[in-house]
Design a protein around this ligand. Structure first.
Ligand code: G6P
Length: 612
């Protein structure tokens, strides 16, 4: 999704902004631009394609471009194709102000029509240019930029994180937020604005989180914050703990591979200080205040998007089967618009890596407005979902840069397992059983470590199947969501069509697709329904489908049926997904590498989806 970085201070902003934009590349984008004030004029450079193309254009055409006030943007196209013209920043009619924007201005058509009637012409197809013109109009009478931005935004419907600068007031940036993330980085005699701490963390760790409806006037030495209605707001300065090494590749070819290999550690981090193996119990500080609510909840509703939604599906199996708490799972984008029946004794769990996904955030607000207790299972510390929840649990996976989520998924599952064990024990699970489960959880990092050593075999399978056009993934029970996740990983980074299905459901349609051109990946642990899944595999084999199985070390039957068997250690059934997904992540990764796709920046995708 779009990214923003702005700077005001004594240094040259150009390298700071370009480097900041590079740090935001992982969010997904298709064009980039930069604006700064120089010699009483705003200079803008923008380019479709990568930040490297923008940097090159600035080098060749910039004529020594430099200055102490500027801002940059990476755009993920919504209104208008990814072209130079549609890239941000955008000007107002007088070219006196420039704006960068994340989000969608929903009433831009009505505003545009009125502006066109007054003689405005537009060069781009974007909603953002309309907003630039609107602010420009207000600026004529408002007196100063901050007031102009406030007054214009009062007329706007939709979402935004934005930064505006003016050639008439080259001593400030004005930032505003509603629904899209935006932080102010506080430095010494210099300040920053960014959509993501990763863009500025090498300069400052002190940040102010803007809330919805807030505007910030950022000068070199000061950050003045107010509401759109001009009520001054006192803001706290927070410290972010992000390390630069965490957002660098550290010797791996891609962030995704680095993050896959981090999983033994990240799973461990999710449990650290929380899992009490001897007591067979769990302690979660972030749930302390809401424990009563959780225990008396009639049901839990989990809502999320993408990979996090797959984690939620596994969570349902865990919570219902181990803790016996009725649990529903729903896509956040559906939940928010269907006027869901939510009671005050429901607990709504939001699962989100970024903590900024627009639909998940809207679902949180919907549930809250209906009186439910809302809890977040979130990775990014201080993100909006984390801040707006009544309680929750951080997954502590560290920054996830690869667009295809990997380590966040296994950490989400680990935290869901912890929540489950906590509830199960509180609802009467004997200590002995709790201890067995806790021991099993504690053993997972080592088991994942073992699977990661098998990547040579997975590479060979990837080479064998890399040129196929379709894949089917099958699993049952808690491994059905793993099949969905395996298929999603493949789609996201290799652009191969893949579907996940509950194995037994295959005969109700997908079986028609099976022939020797159809690789079928089956997750077949030795659990209570092992024999059933073997029968499903027979059905595939009878139609000459080619089978890749993810099976336990001691499964001897599977060799007769599958062409390739990737071995995984045994674990307690409902924790199986944490282990079984690892080979599927590696398979998708190596297939994408074999096909030469850009694994870390796959086409059309965004890491953090801040528009609905
Ligand atoms: C995007 C990302 C996915 C992610 C989904 C939900 O589509 O590319 O990897 O699963 O958003 O994001 P969240 O940050 O809420 O987990």
């Amino acid at each position: 999704m779009c990214g923003i970085v702005g700077y005001i201070g004594p240094r040259d902003c150009v390298p700071i902004i370009l480097e900041g934009l590079r740090r935001l590349e992982y969010r997904g984008y298709d064009s980039a631009g930069i604006a700064l004030v120089k010699g009483g004029r705003i200079q803008v450079h923008k380019k479709a394609g990568k930040v490297a193309a923008l940097a090159e254009s600035v080098r060749i055409n910039g004529n020594g471009l430099s200055g102490g006030l500027g801002m940059g943007h990476t755009r993920w196209a919504t209104h208008g194709e990814p072209t130079d013209v549609n890239a941000h920043p955008h000007f107002d009619a007088a070219s006196e102000i420039a704006i960068v924007h994340i989000g969608i201005i929903e009433n831009y058509r009505a505003i545009k029509t009125a502006l066109v009637r007054d003689g405005h012409t537009f060069v781009s197809a974007t909603d953002t240019e309309v907003l630039a013109h609107l602010i420009g109009e207000t600026y004529k009478t408002a007196g100063d930029l901050t007031t102009a931005v406030r007054l214009a935004l009062a007329r706007v419907e939709g979402t935004y994180g934005l930064v505006v600068l003016s050639s008439r007031e080259p001593d400030k940036l004005v930032a505003a937020r509603k629904g899209s993330p935006l932080i102010i980085g506080v430095g010494e005699g210099e300040n920053f604005v960014a959509s993501d701490a990763a863009a500025i963390v090498e300069h400052t760790r002190h940040v102010v989180y803007l809330e919805d409806g807030e505007v910030a006037e950022v000068t070199r030495d000061k950050v003045r914050t107010m509401t759109i209605e001009d009520v001054e707001v006192e803001k706290l300065v927070h410290e972010v703990t992000l390390e630069l090494s965490q957002i660098e590749r550290g010797g791996y070819e891609h962030f995704m591979l680095k993050e896959i290999h981090e999983q033994p550690e990240t799973i461990c981090n999710a449990m650290r200080g929380r899992l009490l193996v001897e007591e067979g119990d769990v302690k979660l500080g972030g749930l302390q205040n809401v424990l009563g609510k959780l225990l008396s909840a009639r049901r839990i509703v989990i809502t999320a998007c993408g990979t996090s939604w797959h984690a939620a599906l596994v969570g349902k199996y865990m919570l219902e089967q181990i803790a016996r708490v009725p649990t529903d799972v729903e896509y956040a984008s559906e939940f928010r618009y269907r006027n869901p029946i939510i009671n005050i004794d429901d607990v709504v769990l939001l699962v989100s890596q970024s903590g900024e996904t627009a639909d998940t955030l809207a679902a949180l607000r919907e549930a809250k407005s209906k009186g439910a207790t809302v809890l977040g299972i979130v990775n990014v510390v201080g993100s909006t979902i984390a801040r707006e929840s009544d309680g929750g649990v951080y997954i502590h996976a560290g920054p996830e840069i690869g667009v295809a989520s990997t380590k966040a998924f296994t950490s989400q599952l680990t935290v869901l397992a912890l929540v489950t064990l906590l509830l199960a024990r509180a609802r009467g699970m004997p200590r002995e059983k709790g201890r067995l489960l806790a021991q099993e959880l504690a053993s997972l990092p080592q088991k994942v470590e073992g699977i990661l050593t098998r990547d040579e075999q997975i590479k060979r399978i990837a080479e064998e199947f890399g040129d196929h056009k379709n894949f089917l993934y099958l699993g049952r029970g808690a491994n059905f969501p793993v099949a969905l996740e395996g298929a999603l990983k493949l789609k996201e980074i290799s652009y191969i069509h893949a579907e996940g299905y509950p194995a037994a459901e295959m005969k109700h349609g997908p079986i028609a697709l099976i022939d020797e051109q159809m690789p079928v990946v089956v997750i077949v642990p030795k659990d209570a329904i092992h024999e059933k899944v073997l029968s499903n595999i027979q059905e595939v084999k009878a139609r000459r489908g080619r089978i890749i199985a993810v099976a336990n070390d001691d499964d001897t039957e599977i060799d007769q049926l599958a062409e390739f068997v990737i071995r995984v250690p045994r674990t307690y059934g409902f924790f199986g997904p944490i282990i079984n997904v690892i080979p599927l992540q590696l398979l998708a990764y190596y297939i994408a590498v074999a096909r030469g796709t850009n694994v870390d920046q796959p086409r059309n995708l965004a890491k953090s989806v801040t528009v609905e």
